[in-house]
Design a protein around this ligand. Structure first.
Ligand code: NOJ
Length: 514
């Protein structure tokens, strides 16, 4: 396990929308470099940058055309290498986004693979043997290529699936190759080669896209896919022991216990769990735990989270996120007062927290037209709001040249105004992250235990090592029978007190007790 993860706090950057330094309306590597001091001051010491490789951008860069070349709109490979160096000077680690499950249909491998003559790349993707032979059970495309066959997709139409083989090839479907077929092993080696390429140039690891998607006809436990990741982890342990991998999987028993991942994301899938904390509106009725109406139920989260955390904590980190480029921003349903309590929770939990750019100032989820395959996700991908200047300080370009429109509302949150306001969300995040760096017991490894929680019962109190965290998102005053007289309040929002045998919290309040 890379030691730096213990106290890591990640900042996710959607590079299109972070900071534009050359006035073309789209963010760039130099923009990220210019803002490294901001990120450091915020308290983040690691970055995850969404795919920044050459791409036709049918899916915002998750359709990679060249794994080893950056997209010119962000700068050059040398600019990215410089970013690694500048980040390292400030103690910041950088993860790139690895997209191993598919490429763009414009990738050179796919261009070769679709040729009628057999070649080195014929089996790099998954093809049936004839244009009229369907790839049963898969999304596939036929009729578009010179090659007589249909090919399997991994996601959008522009993203053909790379071929890592089938765990249990169907004997009736002779086009399904086993995982140990030399051509499937070659795909795996190519992806390792891509990883080595970036690691050798100074990157510190990868966020892995659709990590569970490699092996087809895999079993329920994803044994085939786990075996490949375990093999990749062995390579890292041997050659790059400080490199880290985080999976987009949301299955820590697989990713952490069997796949060798250092971290797995707890994602917003399903009605309970993570989403019940703040995006419950997606189920139709909004009973999010962090809403001040106090209608939420923390057990909807704990019943899912705790067993997974317990079953995997020895092997890696199950990571909480404020959001990401695929989710609606938290601000869609929570106001700043609610967000402050939610962030107190997110940044004092075990594992490695991830903060999505702009969530530190409570950027809104905007109603904007789709861009680059974003659809509903586009509203969470708009330019970072730095100040009140032109285009919210994101770019000096004319407004109609912006990658996506900026928030033009008169009360659009921005960094400069919040820096000047002691009570702002931004300063609350800074205080929380600085506390986390100061207290080892608030970091990734220290024990987590629920102290006081129940269906529609408040406050919610948990323990990290010897530190207690007590949260009351509701507008009612609440209290709980907890012995904490010997403890000191080291962080608080609103009003709270420790009485003999009780913890008392005023409306929308929280405390961290040491
Ligand atoms: C997950 C990524 O986060 C998402 O943005 C992308 O569209 C799909 N995987 C396909 O790569």
């Amino acid at each position: 396990m890379p030691k730096w993860l213990k106290d890591a706090v990640f900042y996710e950057i959607y590079p299109q929308s972070f900071y534009d330094t050359n006035g073309d309306g789209i963010g760039d590597f130099n923009g990220i470099i210019e803002k490294l001091d901001y990120i450091k001051e915020l308290g983040c010491n690691a970055l995850w940058i969404n795919p920044c490789y050459d791409s036709p951008f049918s899916d915002a860069g998750y359709d990679v055309r060249d794994y080893k070349k950056v997209a010119p709109r962000y700068g050059t490979n040398s600019d990215l290498y410089r970013l690694f160096g500048e980040a390292h000077k400030r103690g910041i680690h950088v993860l790139l986004d690895l997209v191993p499950g598919h490429t763009s249909e414009q990738h050179a491998w796919f261009k070769e693979s679709q040729k009628a003559e057999k070649n080195k790349y014929s089996n790099r993707y998954i093809w049936t043997n004839a244009a009229f032979q369907p790839a049963k059970g898969f999304l596939y495309i036929g009729g578009e290529t010179e090659r007589d066959g249909v090919y399997v997709l991994n996601f959008f139409k522009s993203q053909p699936a790379l071929n890592y083989g089938f765990l249990n090839p169907d004997p009736k479907e002779e086009w399904q190759l086993p995982m140990d077929h030399p051509d499937c092993l070659a795909t795996r080696e190519e992806i390792k080669d891509v990883m080595r390429f970036w690691l050798d140039h100074g990157c510190d690891g990868f966020r892995v896209d659709m990590a569970d998607s490699l092996v087809k006809n895999d079993d329920k436990e994803k044994s085939g896919t786990c075996a490949i990741w375990r093999d990749v982890r062995n390579m890292l342990d041997e050659e790059y022991p400080d490199a880290a991998m985080v999976s987009e999987w949301n299955a820590p028993e697989r990713a952490l216990n069997r796949g060798g991942y250092h971290m797995d994301f707890y994602l917003n899938w399903g009605g309970n769990g993570y989403n019940s904390l703040f995006r419950d509106y997606e189920t139709g009725e909004d009973n999010s735990f962090f809403k001040k109406d106090g209608k939420g139920d923390i057990m909807r989260f704990l019943d899912e989270y705790v067993p997974r955390y317990e079953a995997t904590k020895e092997n890696g980190y199950y990571c909480l996120i404020t959001g990401n480029h695929d989710t609606r921003r938290l601000k869609k349903s929570l106001d700043d007062s609610e967000l402050k309590i939610a962030y107190t929770f997110l940044f004092t939990m075990p594992g490695v927290p991830f903060l999505y750019y702009g969530d530190e100032i409570g950027m809104r989820y905007l109603d904007v037209p789709t861009k680059e395959g974003g659809y509903f996700r586009t509203g969470s991908r708009t330019p970072m709001q730095w100040n009140r200047k032109k285009n919210d300080g994101f770019s000096t370009c004319p407004a109609d040249a912006l990658y996506l429109p900026v928030d033009t509302s008169s009360d659009a949150p921005n960094v400069a105004s919040q820096e000047a306001d002691e009570t702002s969300l931004l300063n609350t995040v800074k205080a929380l992250l600085s506390l986390r760096h100061q207290e080892e017991e608030l970091q990734a490894d220290a024990e987590f235990e629920v102290v006081y929680a129940g269906a529609r019962k408040l406050p919610f109190v948990y323990r990290r090592g010897t530190i207690f965290i007590a949260l009351n998102p509701s507008t009612e005053s609440v209290s709980a029978p907890i012995e904490a007289e010997d403890k000191e309040i080291i962080f608080s929002i609103g009003s709270g007190d420790v009485e003999e045998g009780r913890i008392v919290l005023g409306p929308q309040s929280c405390m961290v007790l040491k």
